[in-house]
Design a protein around this ligand. Structure first.
Ligand SMILES: [Zn+2]
Length: 522
């Protein structure tokens, strides 16, 4: 049995994850909606809510739909979807996501008064932020809200040649974001959460940090198996923590050790492998069940909140990830590679004339469009029904060609999309495969969104030596969306609506893991 497998055909482990439950903000029962006027006419605003004094408006509110029509803007949102895209007449894409206080207007990211939330199968958006994004000024006149177009900020409509496309596919690489913040320009940040997730491969401690902080970490030698990370110019915003935990962790402590330093200390159940992975939301400390190599680093440093890891230059060997937590620095941090499994002479699994090759390409194109709308640059390993390397090539050549696309481009992330199959019809469900330590938080984020969004069986995240995830240098996952061989899953796979939901869930998992794309002017 070759570990160079083109497709993971297996039943999958049952390392079920607790599905993340989004806690909606405390909102009052639907309040009486305010009167809102635009261009001297009253809008039929009917479905609003009050969030701590701020106004929230439902995505399907008839008055909002009328306003968008008058502005020449179009909304992409359906009941049950967790994000709302609005394309303005310019055109510029405004995107809001449930549970995420950040929203994007074109390439710029802003912070809303509150995160959009879901209630009664509709999404409520922060009204004031939405109006600002639509380039409208909102004034109160008594109990009435009067909306006006912002004259000065509105770009002239008479120069269509100067209108930028919202997000091109495959542009020239943006400059590398250098994480060279010096102490002089690092302002105080806050540590807003410290939590532990465990599964069959070990534990991940996620430290949420608001912004960019430098950190250094240290570990003591066996038998004194302690690890700590100090975040500098940081304030602990949660109560100090001192908890016991389960293998491979024995305990975790978080405290303010001096006015400028937050320390997270772990007691390990042995000389466990540890990887320190900065990400858009702070830093993740991945503790494996396996032991660290004896020559593993005892200390390191980096910067949180940077999409790009701090120190070393990119390494070029296939296994560079083994030699340190920050071995990979994307030269193209805005680029995501999507790999539609199979294609051309290789159909993958198939049933009743439906081939995996075709389904995977369909999923991938949907995902590409969503990511581009969110401001990412996307490259696909194939965009038509072809072999990436050559017809009837070896699995090794074919898969290496896909890995080469990602590694040569210095991409930020790699996502391979497949459809599962088994010799009998009983297995069903969704699995996300990973190989490297740096894949783990990414795989968790994608799997959580998939299972909370799709209603398929949660077959968990699974560590595997699949070729494309093992040999790609960047965080990589391989998603097995559902089983062609299972009748219920087959019904889902043949529904375009369901395939769109898969793409949305993966896009959301990418946002959960990586945050928004870095802006070009950073
Ligand atoms: Zn496959």
């Amino acid at each position: 049995l070759s570990w160079i497998s083109r497709c993971a055909v297996r039943t999958g482990s049952l390392a079920a994850l607790g599905a993340a439950i989004l806690i909606p903000p405390l909102c009052a029962a639907a309040d009486r909606s305010p009167t809102v006027e635009f261009a001297g006419k009253r809008l039929a605003i009917a479905n609003t809510a009050n969030v701590g004094g701020a106004l929230a408006i439902a995505a399907d509110d008839p008055g909002l739909r009328d306003l968008l029509r008058k502005l020449g803007a179009a909304m992409t949102w359906k009941r049950g979807e967790r994000y709302v895209l609005i394309t303005t007449s310019e055109p510029r894409v405004i995107s809001f996501s449930v549970g995420d206080q950040r929203y994007d207007v074109g390439p710029a990211s802003s912070r809303a008064a509150f995160a959009p939330f879901e209630r009664n199968r509709t999404v409520y958006l922060p009204f004031d932020d939405l109006m600002r994004a639509l380039n409208l000024q909102s004034r109160r006149r008594g109990a009435t809200i009067v909306l006006q177009t912002r004259g000065s900020a509105s770009p002239p409509r008479s120069k269509p040649t100067a209108t930028p496309k919202p997000a091109p596919v495959l542009p020239t690489p943006p400059p590398i974001v250098q994480a060279t913040a010096t102490p002089a320009n690092v302002s105080t940040v806050t540590v807003t959460a410290v939590n532990i997730q465990t599964d069959s491969s070990g534990a991940t401690v996620n430290v949420a940090v608001s912004g960019t902080a430098s950190f250094d970490w240290h570990r003591l030698r066996d038998p004194d198996n302690r690890f700590w990370i100090d975040l500098h110019d940081a304030q602990l915003q949660i109560p100090a923590k001192d908890e016991t935990a389960n293998d491979p962790l024995l305990g975790i402590r978080a405290r303010q050790t001096d006015p400028q330093t937050v320390r997270i200390a772990l007691t390990l159940a042995g000389p466990k492998r540890i990887d320190v992975l900065p990400n858009a939301f702070g830093v993740s400390i991945v503790v494996g069940n396996d032991e660290a190599p004896t020559d593993a680093a005892r200390a390191g440093n980096g910067i949180t909140g940077a999409v790009v890891a701090a120190t070393p230059a990119p390494q070029t060997t296939d296994e560079s990830w083994k030699f340190g937590p920050q071995g990979y620095v994307p030269t193209n941090p805005r680029l995501i590679i999507i790999d539609p499994g199979h294609g051309g002479s290789d159909r993958g699994a198939s049933r009743s004339g439906v081939s995996e090759a075709g389904l995977n390409l369909d999923f991938s194109k949907r995902l590409r469009d969503l990511l581009v709308a969110r401001g990412w640059h996307v490259q696909m390993t194939r965009t038509t029904d072809v072999d990436v390397y050559a017809p009837n090539d070896s699995a090794h050549d074919e898969l290496q060609a896909r890995v080469d696309v990602a590694n040569n481009a210095g991409a930020r992330l790699f996502v391979s999309i497949h459809t599962n199959s088994f010799v009998n019809s009983s297995p069903s469900g969704t699995t996300t495969y990973y190989s490297k330590p740096s894949d783990v938080p990414f795989a968790r984020a994608v799997q959580q969104e998939l299972v909370s969004f799709l209603g398929t069986k949660d077959d968990g995240i699974v560590k595997s030596k699949l070729y494309v995830t093992l040999h790609s240098l960047m965080p990589a996952v391989l998603v097995e969306t559902a089983f062609l061989s299972n009748p219920e899953d087959f019904g889902r796979l043949t529904s375009p609506q369901w395939r769109q939901k898969v793409a949305q869930a993966i896009a959301q998992g990418i946002a959960d893991f990586a945050g928004p794309p870095p802006t070009a002017d950073k």
